[in-house]
Design a protein around this ligand. Structure first.
Ligand SMILES: O=P(O)(O)OC[C@H]1O[C@](O)(COP(=O)(O)O)[C@@H](O)[C@@H]1O
Ligand SMILES: [Mg+2]
Ligand SMILES: [Mg+2]
Length: 352
């Protein structure tokens, strides 16, 4: 008989267990909303699909399911007396928990629905969450209270709404996977001590951005694509789901490396993914599973955020590959292969 989430929570500190219990409840509700797809009545004719019409702080049009998932997380966290406040990808400012004592010990950050562009295509989406200590206890949490480096996280995890709904989390004692029993409604422990292979032959990157990448990423991907005749002397496979949660879960399941690097398209924009509620929780999960996470020049967990919605370049996964990519960033002048792209794209065949 599988251990239930409730049984495992009983082994954790009571207050932190309560926060996790409420996060898991919200993820069960979001799983239900996702499963209803276009039938989600609460959101009008086209169900959870389709834009809600508003743009969030990132200028991205919110999908109805973004809004419903955000609301589900907020309602669940408001029920825990141990959450002083939360910050959401979908809310410009942090939210002070309406009923909690300002001395409550925890802050929660979350991406209520990750992979929103996949909703209408019925491709896996997820929820990402991170729990930080509330250091300025006694005062209602301001944005400054959230701006802590990823190494201070107490919990990091995600729910993946796929063929199965899974909850993957760490409290600093390795990575655990719980699977939602669709009949009984319980989360059951289905994997513990998850470890990512250090070596892989699978990379994930949105290659439509290739012309914007910096030299080290150009070189790394060109060498992977060159396969057995190239410097890596082996074939590489590529995946791109456009749901960070699905990419990370694949890497935790069989290894691989994921890149959403800085690119020249918008020099002021250091990447697409947000540090506090996407990159940092995924980075801790990676390190807890024996893998790595970097911006290309520094470890993601070492970054102290300047702002709540700060974006960062993200390179994470199998240790050997992340180390290779950071090595290329350390000495971009060594980029022989990228010379190929001064005049032609990754996919232009050699001239006859
Ligand atoms: O659409 P792109 O540029 O390939 O980016 C895909 C990435 O954007 C994201 O969807 C951003 O997350 P949100 O959907 O929460 O905004 C990631 O999940 C994914 O890795
Ligand atoms: Mg996201
Ligand atoms: Mg999102």
């Amino acid at each position: 008989m599988n251990t239930t989430l409730e049984t495992w929570l009983a082994t954790q500190p009571t207050a932190l267990a309560d926060v996790l219990r409420h996060i898991a409840q919200a993820c069960s509700e979001i799983a239900r909303l996702c499963a209803h797809g276009a039938l989600t009545s609460a959101s009008g004719g086209d169900g959870g699909h389709g834009p809600a019409g508003e743009a969030n702080v990132h200028g991205e049009v919110q999908q109805r399911l973004d809004v419903l998932a955000d609301r589900a997380m907020a309602l669940a966290l408001a029920r825990s007396p141990f959450v002083a406040g939360w910050a959401s990808e979908e809310q410009t400012l942090p939210v002070v928990a309406p009923l909690a004592d300002p001395a409550a010990p925890y802050l929660v950050l979350f991406d209520p629905l990750d992979g929103s562009s996949n909703i209408e295509a019925n491709i896996s989406v997820g929820t990402i969450f991170s729990v930080l200590p509330h250091l300025f206890r006694g005062a209602a949490p301001t944005e400054a209270a959230f701006l802590q480096p990823g190494r201070r996280q107490l919990v990091a995890g995600y729910a993946l709404y796929g063929p199965a709904t899974v909850l993957v989390l760490t409290v600093g004692q390795g990575v655990l996977t719980f699977t939602l029993d669709p009949v009984g409604g319980q989360w059951l422990l289905t994997r513990s001590a998850v470890q990512v292979p250090a070596c892989t032959s699978e990379f994930a990157i949105n290659t439509s951005n290739q012309r914007f990448w910096e030299k080290p990423v150009q070189r790394y991907v060109a060498e992977c694509v060159a396969g057995e005749d190239g410097p890596r002397s082996r074939h590489f496979n590529m995946r791109w789901v456009a749901s960070l949660v699905a990419e990370v879960h694949r890497i935790l399941s069989r290894g691989g490396v994921f890149l959403y690097p800085r690119d020249h398209r918008e020099p002021r924009r250091p990447g697409r993914l947000r540090l506090m509620y996407e990159a940092a929780p995924m980075a801790w999960l990676m390190e807890q599973a024996g893998a790595s996470a970097s911006t290309g020049t520094s470890e993601l967990l070492d970054i102290t955020p300047d702002t709540l919605h700060q974006k960062v370049p993200v390179i994470l996964g199998s240790r050997d590959e992340v180390e290779r990519i950071t090595r290329y960033h350390a000495d971009p002048s060594e980029n022989v292969s990228w010379q190929l792209f001064k005049t032609r794209s990754l996919f232009v065949q050699a001239q006859p």
